[in-house]
Write a protein that binds this ligand. Sequence first.
Ligand code: NOJ
Ligand code: NOJ
Ligand code: CA
Ligand code: CA
Length: 704
Amino acid sequence: MKFLANFAKSFAFMLLCLLVFQQFSSEIEASSKVDYSQDVIYQIVTDRFYDGDPTNNPTGELYSPDASNLHKYLGGDWQGIIEKIENGYLTDLGVTALWISQPVENVYAVHPEGYTSYHGYWAKDYKKTNPFYGDLADFQQLVEVAHENGMKIIIDFTPNHSSPALETDPNYVENGAIYDNGTLLGNYSNDDQGLFHHNGGTDFSSLEDGIYRNLYDLADYNLQNETIDQYLKESIKHWLDLGIDGIRVDAVKHMSRGWQETLVNHIYTHQPVFTFGEWFLGKGEIDPKNHDFANESGMSLLDFRYGQALRSVLKDEDATWTDFHEMIEHTSASYDEVNDQVTFIDNHDMSRFTSSTTSKTDTEMALAVLLTSRGVPTIYYGTEQYLTGEGDPENRKPMPGFDQNTKAYQLISKLSALRQANPALGFGNTTERWINQDVYIYERKFGDHVVVTAVNSGDTAYNISNMQTALPSGSYNDVLAGLLNGNSITVNQDQQVNSFELVPNEVAVWQYTAESNGPSIGHVGPMVGQQGNDITITGEGFGSSNGNVFFGNETAEVKSWSDSEIVVTIPALAAGKYAVTVETSSQVSSNNYEGFEILTNQLVPVRFVVDNAETDYGTSIYLVGNTQELGNWDVDKAIGPFFNQVMYQYPSWYYDIGVPAGQEIEFKFVKKDSQGNVTWESGTNRTYSTPTTGTDTIQFNWRN
Ligand code: NOJ
Ligand code: NOJ
Ligand code: CA
Ligand code: CA
């Protein structure tokens, strides 16, 4: 008997191991390069994290061995990151993606203000590594070790500019010079090929001004130049081929959307990876152009609205949870794919969340909300150690230590695991369940999966009664196990929560992970592409044998199929927007995932110029044409408003547009006034044969 019981016990144990193993291995499998919904990103300033290899440190004026000068290199490198993966610091933290500094070779000169390029934003040769971070073999090892540990690698990438330069002084820093794997391409002050813009620095007064003039003193690329266009696209391909899983694009507000559409299209055609841009928004700033960019460019954005709003409530304490929830509702309406926007509470361009005037508890509450909200949460390195620092470079101090016992560390670890285990966080929708100036209780739901988060940031306890929930009846323990003072709750038959108390500074998280009830799509990535590109569909209940995937009514070729992830190629369909639907092998259909955009062809950047287009104040020039990319003759989708200040001046207008390669297109320019009244050009449609590769500029006269 005893023997049998033992046998049964060990059998059960083996079964458990098998189950755990299967779950674990399927999680690693599911970690795709295009779906980050269930990931947590950890942002590392490579030079500031950990020095794993002192032999690669710079010497002389570039280096501050005792870290007393935060404008210099401090020695951190890829080997340091590898060590912190291998010794469990990053794996136990639970983060599943590392965003590292731009890995490319940067200038070696010291800026007249004493700055160095430790941050990686001053590129010199995009096809070489920054030797102070490591060599190519180190980078390859970092990617390999990260992948073995279920972590993705995201690189920062600056296609907007090279490095600081001055028109009049070739000796200023390194004159913006760029090299193609060692061969000089050109420099700023002697730019006979037109690789750069020469329009002075931007005063940030308009979108156009910010795009075509220099950002600070950074040598601004002329992205319509064929050499530059090709060089940057080859460069990103180089890093894609090294196995990276994501790209954070620097300063997207400072490049034309048209060119960036061609960059994203190039990435998604070669090796699709999650791509998100940095469009800085100040506190309280709302910019419809930011929403348009996220919806139309093909890439996601860092979610500054989210970050600024959460900081207002918990750091600056000048807004309430009601304001915060308004932001949640407004952004979910403004962003087509709100779950793909990249959320954060701080980064290297703003004061750290933790400061001498906030308590550790404020940081913990902010992290708890961040990790249970919509979007892809990003933790800035050191937040788990309560690192402080106001402006740059104080907000980029070295890691103060690697303590795995801080509350913040444990919180991140628990909630990262929850994001992976319960798809309500990554794929779901948000419902507010109870709110006042101090308390925010919200629910995330996907299928029957539910996660409820309750936070009380006020000074008084609240009795929470009459709260509805989608959690099924039963009782629920706090996922954080009381780490932030949370308790359990009981849900009755009417899906009401029995009244409970929420004390000051309490955060509790309750969750229900359901059986899947049929196929549900949680995410499609990327959401744009042309025939033949790979698209990944994630969710649950797809079944283990192949069924069908539809774009509209057309089936797509299936490349791989599992219960939670399907890869297909985009079928041959007229360009336009389609719903994606999964049908299981037993003919059960999923939800329609709306808004997938099929392009006419790969995109190339073309500058359209129209001269002598006189307008009344408030009226602008747009372009509309006969392809999906040009609005399909729908003036509401016309491309523009065109610019008329920097590269060409009124009454000339220009705009850089991503057009389908190698096509005979038809188009017209139109005038739109502020009321939306449209005046079309006279005459027949204009025709133009777009280039198959490279770039082009075409110029016309407005036809009255
Ligand atoms: C935004 C980056 O995040 C910031 O740190 C950098 O200095 C500028 N772009 C210029 O690359
Ligand atoms: C901009 C347009 O708004 C959109 O409809 C078009 O297809 C994209 N460009 C191409 O990515
Ligand atoms: Ca080093
Ligand atoms: Ca620019």
